[in-house]
Design a protein around this ligand. Structure first.
Ligand code: ATP
Length: 355
């Protein structure tokens, strides 16, 4: 794989507010990248800077080794799909898609041929004579995609393209997009604030917070080894528990007197331990404590069952802990009653925090 897009030291401020703070990111050819983060973290600003709709204050953006920082959007080898589709209402589906090639000087017959090929990629070849207003949200989204890929860009930028769709259609379109991207082999950069969407579609996720990149990695890596408290909290559900480590490699969690052993030499003396709810079990009386099952005693505060799984909320030494169990609530549990929870210390991920 070789680098397609290289973002180097990009900064952008609006007055005194720094929206992008020294962004450093390389994207490979054919990668599906998701920019993920809470509202206002700078995702759209970064996407618009890559597209050329916005000029960074400093830093460079290169595509295929060519510095495009000063080029206008239409001179960059990329295309953008916007949230609102931005289709021309007075043009048919085919004309909408053929518009780009026509503007670039391609002849009418060839432009229509290219548009038909792009429509076939998104499964809309049968609807080429329709007008956008006669189409569902999902179909309009596919037209917008066909229009964006018809010129075979090297890079496609997608700014929350599925946010206007209902949840079921949105989930279907996520998988369709993933298949389309694999078929096209071009790199996608997709912006969302929905972590489940990011984990469904991304090869790598770029987690952003307050104008900075917190972590870049495959979803499994970001979920199992978050680099910061912010990432642990933002991606999935997490029990975050303070820890203290001593020089001899012993780690004590705030909820547990029995120490854990930790092999990492560079572990900071204080920080936060991440324990995912699915790694906390509700123990019954017959489960013995062992090296692979540390035990916690507490009180149940809530039991929330959604059919496929149940969340058991408990208080352990004043610290809230959530356990997720498969299926309906374990028998014998009551709100306000005692509970025995267990976890395997191997599932505890420690994040040191400088003091
Ligand atoms: P959302 O998910 O809500 O779209 P985002 O992560 O895409 O958020 P941006 O749109 O990149 O966030 O905005 C980052 C920050 O920069 C926000 O605080 C926003 O208010 C600010 N900002 C963006 N554009 C401008 C502008 N043109 N003028 C002033 N401030 C701006």
């Amino acid at each position: 794989m070789s680098v397609l897009l290289s973002i180097d030291s990009v900064c952008k401020s609006f007055g005194p507010f720094q929206a992008l703070d020294n962004i450093q990111l390389d994207i490979e050819q054919g990668e599906f990248i998701v920019l993920l983060g809470p509202s206002g973290c700078g995702k759209t600003t970064l996407l618009r800077s890559i597209a050329g709709f916005m000029q960074p204050d400093s830093g460079t953006i290169a595509i295929d080794g060519q510095d495009v920082s000063r080029l206008p959007p239409y001179r960059r080898p990329l295309n953008t799909v916007f949230q609102n589709y931005a289709l021309f209402p007075h043009l048919t589906v085919l004309e909408n898609v053929a518009y780009g090639p026509r503007r670039q000087g391609v002849g009418r017959a060839e432009a229509r041929q290219k548009a038909r090929e792009a429509l076939a990629m998104v499964g809309l070849e049968a609807l080429e004579d329709r007008f956008p207003r006669g189409m569902s949200g999902g179909q309009q989204q596919r037209v917008a995609l066909a229009r964006a890929i018809v010129n075979q860009p090297k890079l496609l930028l997608l700014d929350e393209p599925l946010s206007a769709l209902d949840m079921k259609l949105r989930k279907r379109m996520q998988l369709e997009l993933k298949h389309l991207q694999a078929k096209l082999g071009i790199a996608f950069i997709f912006v969302t604030h929905d972590q489940e969407e990011a984990m469904t579609i991304a090869d790598r996720i770029v987690v952003m917070n307050a104008g900075r990149i917190e972590q870049v990695g495959a979803s499994s890596q970001i979920y199992s080894a978050p680099a910061s408290r912010f990432v642990a909290d933002f991606i999935g559900e997490a029990n975050l528990i303070s820890y203290q480590a001593s020089d001899n490699g012993e780690v004590r969690l705030a909820i547990q007197h029995k120490p854990l052993r930790h092999p990492a030499r560079d572990l900071l003396p204080r920080g936060v331990a991440v324990l995912r709810p699915e790694h906390v079990q509700v123990l019954d009386a017959s489960t013995p404590e062992s090296a692979s099952c540390h035990e916690l005693h507490g009180t149940v505060t809530d039991i929330v069952s959604v059919g496929s799984h149940t969340l058991v909320h408990a208080l352990i030494d004043g610290q809230p802990i959530v356990a997720r169990t498969m299926g309906l609530p374990p028998s014998g549990l009551t709100t306000g009653g005692a509970v025995r929870l267990g976890y395997n210390p191997a599932h505890v991920h420690l994040i040191g925090e400088p003091v």
